[in-house]
Ligand binder design. Structure first.
Ligand code: HXC
Length: 258
């Protein structure tokens, strides 16, 4: 499919999806979100992809949902079409790992998109925020729920009610991002992490993602049981035999996704 609002490159088993509306700081309009949903679905189904990276430009990961597109809509419009539900729920169905590589602004829907990925690595110039309150609305694609789980109620509430931005240092300190890297090195660092994931047994990677994500959805007891059963199930794979044999033989494992 030809994309107009994103680019997709696949190399070394990593799909790099770049948001590409530079004139609008990658504001998420419906066309971009539809293309992103298609690209994610295709990457998930593609045998040549084992990890997905979503990034933007150096200035902006994404400065939010497209305000121009939304501004004239009525309640009937947005409720009637269930605005953003389809396109943004797609990411929940993707089984392969998705890393958000955030440089510059990740605001509103941009921060929400980053948080919907499996983890975030950001550049030193990153700025996260939920400024919807300044527009007379609130976050609508997960901000109040995911930000609260990442950074706790106090910071999430302050950011949601004041629209204040969080810089990279604060984002790392409060657990929003897994780490901060120099701005010029963001993509090379994230691609190295993605390639590292792509080398692992895909069965174990899918199971690890599923198990961590389950911790958001269930009680501790149920989550522990779910994790244990997946752990047990991986003993049915050849990759478990290979991984453990390679350790004992002091060599690199050769995983075959079986
Ligand atoms: C549409 C946007 C945009 C957005 C920026 N642009 N953000 N267009 N939607 N969210 C456009 C500007 O209109 C401008 O276009 C161009 O991008 C460059 O932006 P500037 O404002 O000139 O850049 P700068 O002065 O560097 O300021 C950067 C900024 C600011 C601080 C990020 O652009 C900003 O505050 N943007 C809005 C952030 C925001 O409120 N996001 C939340 C959106 S609501 P022109 O044509 O003038 O050059 C949301 C809700 C999600 O995300 C959930 C919904 C259900």
């Amino acid at each position: 499919m030809a994309y107009h609002n994103i680019t997709v490159e696949i190399a070394d088993y990593v799909a790099l999806i770049r948001l590409n509306r530079p004139d609008a700081l990658n504001a998420l309009n419906s066309a971009l979100l539809a293309e992103l949903a298609t690209a994610l679905t295709e990457a998930d189904a593609n045998d040549k992809v084992r990890c997905i990276v979503i990034t933007g430009s150096e200035k902006a990961f994404a400065a939010g949902a497209d305000i121009k597109e939304m501004s004239e809509k009525s309640f009937v419009d947005v409720y009637g079409e269930d605005m953003f539900a389809d396109s943004t729920d797609t990411i929940l169905r993707i089984r392969k790992p998705i890393i958000a590589a955030v440089s510059g602004y990740a605001l509103g829907g941009g921060a929400e998109l980053a948080m919907a990925c499996d983890f975030i690595i950001c550049a030193e110039n990153a700025k996260f925020g939920q400024p919807e309150i300044n527009l007379g609305v609130i976050p609508g694609i997960g901000g109040t729920q995911r930000l609260t789980r990442f950074v706790g109620k106090s910071k999430a509430m302050e950011m949601t009610l004041t629209g204040r931005f969080m810089d990279a240092e604060e984002a790392e300190r409060s657990g929003l991002v897994s780490r901060v890297v120099p701005t010029a090195k963001l993509l090379s660092e994230v691609m190295a992490v993605a390639r590292k994931i792509a080398e692992k047994s895909q069965m174990a990677v899918l199971a690890g993602k599923e198990a961590v994500n389950r911790s958001y959805e269930t009680t501790l007891r149920e989550g522990l049981q779910f994790e244990r059963r997946l752990f047990h199930a991986l003993f049915a794979t050849e990759d478990q035999k290979e991984g453990m044999a390679a350790f004992l033989e002091k060599r690199e494992p050769q995983f075959r996704d079986r």
